[in-house]
Design a protein around this ligand. Structure first.
Ligand SMILES: [Zn+2]
Length: 415
């Protein structure tokens, strides 16, 4: 299928064609929605199909989800035609269009569509939460039904659950109950976690966790019962995250409130903790890459320490010799210096070495009966120009002691 191979196309041409194609896609989507709206209004799906939904799936070959979303967006844009234009010129996507639905009114639609333009789904969620704040939702921890029996039944950890009805707030409760109390009778075994802003500074988090995680939550609540008698899940989560962040920042960036004396190392890739701290503070926890127009990369995840002069060419692990780069830009820079094929081989060799290392590492038992690999020997990924600060495995939360007597006696929080 040569028309689906672009291996022969030069980089600038491929870039230009892809951009032009995206423009065509947006214009095509707006036109398709307008056609769906008109087709639906005239009920032209009859008599072959009983509904527009069936027509979209069987005749137009849309998936169930695509059919629902397009029909909903088409109806909405028919009521507010400014949406067709906003979709066609890329100010709104299909997703952000649908997010606006509950908030559009004839007298304010034009202004809202305009002021909410050019936002990602996450940005629009924050924008709408600020403009239309909602009350906090009740805290619920409950078991969920799964379609098939599993060795370890899942539990739902819901902190201000979205699925709970804000009109009929259930009392905050924590603990297993006999029957589900949220709207859906059957919940998929692994639903996607949801984090949604409710109002400024307030967020709803919904996530399904294993029984082991649920038991840890209960244990943490018990250990914190002297300071949090109600076992407020949001407060327990906040304290647990404090501990986790402290551990991760120490591991990745050498963060500490009591810096020790710098230690010398002969390893050329070793980056002293005080250098990590200084580079991190200077670069502001963010990738430092800038494009041709001087726009700085926004990425704050997968950050790595990048040697400005590669180690193989004499680069030093000093504050002025290092910078923060996201993994994608670090690899881009490495490929620019060493060549794409060379870096591909290096990455492949590193992956194989990690795989071999993992296969010979002994498994250890944990207190909950499961087994896991020890994490203390997990070396950070390294390529030829950087020392990674993105550990492949996040550390587990500090395991709580099985004896709680001393903690209760001192009346101090366990976390
Ligand atoms: Zn970047």
């Amino acid at each position: 299928m040569p028309e689906y191979s672009f291996a022969h196309v030069a980089d600038p041409e491929l870039k230009q064609d892809l951009r032009a194609g995206a423009v065509d896609d947006r214009a095509g989507l707006a036109k398709r929605l307008a056609q769906i709206a008109e087709f639906d209004c005239r009920r032209l799906y009859l008599p072959e199909y009983p509904s527009m939904y069936q027509f979209c799936m069987r005749e137009l070959k849309y998936s169930e989800d695509a059919a629902c979303r397009r029909i909903a967006a088409a109806k909405l844009a028919r009521r507010y035609p400014a949406l067709f234009v906003a979709i066609a010129d890329g100010r709104h996507s299909l997703s952000t269009t649908l997010m606006l639905e509950p908030y559009l009114l004839p007298e304010t639609a034009g202004e809202l569509i305009e002021s909410s333009s050019d936002k990602s789904k996450s940005e629009l969620a924050h924008f709408l939460a600020g403009r239309f704040p909602r009350p906090d939702l009740p805290t619920i921890v409950q078991p969920v039904f799964v379609p098939a029996p599993t060795p370890e039944p899942a539990s739902a950890l819901v902190v201000a659950s979205e699925s709970a009805s804000p009109e009929l707030p259930a009392p905050a409760r924590v603990g297993p109950i006999d029957r589900p109390i949220s709207t859906p009778a059957v919940v998929p075994p692994s639903p996607r976690p949801r984090v949604a802003p409710l109002s400024p500074e307030r967020y709803a988090i919904q996530v399904t966790v294993s029984k082991a995680t649920h038991d840890k939550l209960r244990q943490a609540q018990a250990l914190l019962s002297h300071v949090l008698p109600a076992g407020d899940v949001a407060e327990v989560l906040d304290r647990a995250l404090d501990v986790l962040i402290l551990q991760l920042e120490k591991r990745k960036f050498g963060a500490t409130t009591r810096p020790g004396r710098p230690r010398d190392s002969k390893a050329p890739r070793h980056i002293p903790a005080h250098v990590k701290r200084a580079v991190r503070a200077r670069d502001g926890d963010r990738c430092t890459f800038k494009d041709d127009q001087g726009r700085r990369c926004n990425e704050r995840k997968f950050l790595e320490f990048d040697h400005i002069d590669p180690v193989a060419r004499g680069g030093q692990a000093t504050i002025s010799g290092l910078r923060l780069r996201c993994r994608a830009h670090n690899q881009y820079e490495a490929e620019r210096v060493y060549g794409r094929e060379f870096m591909r081989q290096k990455r492949q060799a590193a992956a194989e070495a990690r795989s071999q290392s993992a296969s010979v590492r002994p498994r250890v038992s944990t207190t909950n009966g499961t087994s896991s690999r020890p994490t203390s020997g997990t070396a950070p990924t390294q390529n030829s120009t950087c020392s990674s600060v993105s550990s492949a495995a996040a550390p587990r939360l500090a395991r709580l002691p099985t004896r709680i007597g001393p903690i209760a006696a001192t009346r101090r929080p366990a976390l």
